[in-house]
Design a binder for this molecule. Structure first.
Ligand SMILES: [Fe+2]
Length: 370
């Protein structure tokens, strides 16, 4: 072995390694340890963006920018500092595979319709009164609502209300860009107009635990809006029993025609963590983007403590250890890439066995610019 290591670092190997690269050829003997690592080593890093920063920058953007054709949306995305090397625009990556952003729509504004091969979802964090029109269905949005726009559906927004609306967007842009599957099409007439009654799918699915007869065939978006009141009720039902040691009281948004994730490429959850309920540490193949919807607390990610409060966003990269500790009753909304991992049969998890299932805290997160 020692002889082999010596040979691999000899000038014969070094010179040849250098030689082939000038012909756009690559030495696998050098690359293997770095690109075929034993466990996932994402370049995305754990990170947190505070509500103050997000709000300040959105309000500044409102002074400068309107969501007209050309710019399309007043959205500011969460660029993972570990993925800025991706060109162009860090591939707008919050994790290896997912994009997340905050979007602001002011009263009286319209964002034109378009469609694309990326799937999108929205979680309403502030305000009400705005609507989205997805494939001809106008849906009014309120705080806590979760909406989906799977790939290739026309969608645009309008705001007849009187307060600014802010929501979280998440899309699979880095995945689709990375595999070369991007198509984008603007709707020529600006904002597509409704062609069914308002809140059509929400009304059709008023029952919650039932579906309309005839909806047993697959449909990509049978339900456009998952209302906060229903999500809250579902979680309250779980609270009659003990919380899960990893997730607390958590629900997953699903497509009622399949029982699978509401969006084909992204999983979405809402979880309630009661005050002082310290979840056990786990790591898994998929990555997760969190929005602290209500409450405050901290999450330990790979030994580093990330303090969060209402309105903050933070990211847990692939295969990073994490555990939550809520300082008060808290709701966390999260987006993950489980459906992508499952399609490749790569989803895997490991629970921490040592130290009673908790990490040792070795540091605290501070954003560079503070
Ligand atoms: Fe879009």
């Amino acid at each position: 072995m020692a002889e082999m290591n010596e040979f691999m670092s000899s000038n014969v190997v070094k010179d040849f390694t250098k030689d082939i690269q000038q012909y756009n050829l690559g030495p696998l003997w050098e690359a293997i340890p770095e690109v075929m690592n034993h466990t996932p080593k994402p370049q995305a890093i754990p990170y947190l963006w505070s509500s103050e920063l997000i709000e300040k920058k959105l309000m500044e953007a409102a002074e400068i920018f309107t969501p007209e054709r050309g710019g399309e949306r007043r959205a500011i995305y969460f660029q993972n500092p570990g993925l800025t090397y991706r060109k162009p625009w860090g591939w707008v990556s919050t994790t290896q595979s997912l994009y997340a952003a905050v979007q602001l729509l002011l009263p009286g504004e319209e964002a034109p319709s378009h469609r694309h091969t990326q799937s999108a979802l929205r979680f309403i964090t502030d305000g009400d009164g705005a609507y989205t029109i997805v494939e001809g269905e106008r849906v009014y949005m309120q705080e806590g609502d979760f909406l989906i726009t799977p790939k290739n559906l026309w969608h645009g927004h309008g705001h007849p209300g009187d307060k600014p609306m802010i929501w979280m967007d998440a899309l699979d842009i880095p995945t689709i860009y990375g595999i070369g599957g991007t198509f984008f099409e603007p709707y020529e007439e600006g904002l597509q107009q409704p062609n069914v009654p308002d809140n059509f799918s929400e009304l059709r699915y008023s029952g919650g635990m039932v579906r309309p007869v005839g909806d047993d065939k697959f449909s990509v978006a049978p339900l456009a809006n998952y209302k906060w009141s229903r999500t809250e009720d579902a979680i309250k039902g779980l609270m009659n029993f003990d919380p899960d040691s990893i997730n607390g009281f958590a629900i997953e948004y699903i497509n009622p025609t399949t029982g699978k994730s509401a969006n084909p490429t992204m999983g979405t959850r809402m979880q309630f963590l009661p005050k002082d309920f310290h979840t056990k540490a786990i790591r898994h193949t998929h990555s997760t983007i969190y929005h602290a919807f209500k409450g405050s607390g901290y999450t330990v990610i790979n030994g580093v403590r990330f303090d969060w409060k209402k309105g903050d966003y933070f990211v847990i990269p692939n295969w990073a250890w994490y555990e939550h500790f809520p300082a008060e009753d808290s709701y966390l909304f999260s987006v993950n890439d489980i459906p992508i991992m499952e399609r490749f049969e790569l989803e895997k998890e490991e629970k921490m066995e040592s130290n009673n299932g908790y990490q040792k805290v070795t540091g605290e997160f501070k954003a560079d610019f503070r």
